[in-house]
Design a binder for this molecule. Sequence first.
Ligand code: CA
Length: 234
Amino acid sequence: MKVLVVEDEPAIRESLAYSLKREGYAVEVAATLAEAEEKLTDVALVILDLMLPDGSGFDLLVGLRRRPRAPAVIVLSSRDSEADRVAGLETGADDYIVKPFSPREVMARVRAVLRRSSAATEVATTPVIPLTTDPETRRASVSGVALELTRVEFDLLHCMLTARGRVFTRAQLIERLWGDNFAITDRTVDSHVKALRRKVADAGGAPGLIETVRGVGYRVSDSEGVSVEPSEGL
Ligand code: CA
């Protein structure tokens, strides 16, 4: 699997490249956004610094999220603010690492992110509820209407959809989507669920598709208990 390290500080870039190669990954490096754009082919994961000489890593992240089969992204930044972390994750990053970091920590995150992104390859559909997620193309739809989801929203929906009816606690969703990331709070999960619900509703999906189970967490309803809009009376 190929990993692209986008970082303008040579010492950090080389140390990451060294650690990744030692773990058996193929590695490409880039010092600028422009260079990164040219090296994205067949990359499974991008480790992305946010402050680069020719712009913000966020710009690359936003562009990547529009592509089918986009690589996973771990954002690197020296800015340790909650706002940046949330922005990074809402823009579609899979994980977030604040500098300074240990190579060991980064490798653990790399393994976790790659395991998650290659794990679920099954297309999830519901028999009664017309929700579909296809992890190969990263496309999701409700009643055939495409949903424009961030990576996190997609993973959240896919995770709940492949085990519909099952209730996931926020802690379980955090574990599934982010691994051992202490930066992620229950509130982050709630805000992603809220955004996901709004998008499903905007696309014509029933509001009750993603249920809140009070005091426990969330689930995608199975057939019972979901009010699918009746098609009669057209
Ligand atoms: Ca930098």
